[in-house]
Design a protein. Sequence first.
Length: 230
Amino acid sequence: MKSKTVEIWHGKVTTDDVHYQAYWRVLDAAEQTQARKLKNTLLHKRYVEVHGRLRSVLAATLNQPPEKIRIKKTGRGKPYLADHPELAFNLSHSADRLMIAVSRQCQLGVDIEICKQRINLSGIVDKCFAEEEAVYWAKLPESQKNRAFYRFWTRKEAFVKATGHGITLGLNHCVINPENPTEFLRVPELYGQACAWRVLDIDLGEGICSALVADKEITAVSLMALEETE
């Protein structure tokens, strides 16, 4: 994998019983403990499959058995590879859709959302968008507002995931340029200059919004479909 390339794996989470045990066996003790806390059967199966598939992708990248990969977390909860800190990765899932991004020598974040209709979007915009973003969004035709909301949302979520700080960083503090959505107008001072960050919308199909953010130049994105079953 070239340093300026990002690989994105995407597909559906099937939650079928046939492959559940295979995914379960590759999880480490911490992941299994977290899975057991999920009493909702669907959420439990999704967690097991999502993290099992992540390990499969990382195993293919590193040429190692998936169960041998040591995934640790920072103090704020961002996962990283204890034995391969140069390999950056991030995952996101929404309902039954999953995306996993892998690259090298960078901070990396992704977010995927199913673009369902929402009520009270204006209230969320007021809370989570900066003034420039909110003004731009408010001027859009009603027919465009729902998808535009998700476009802004996934870009912002991808940024806070890349930093490792998460949503508590404040989505209104990472500001997308409405006139050029591949760049940030402002980011929190702790994370350097806004121009150092790249944001890309990733096309994964109708009714889905997804975005990738990294603190480096990206010259190529390789999209690869996860198989229905493994």
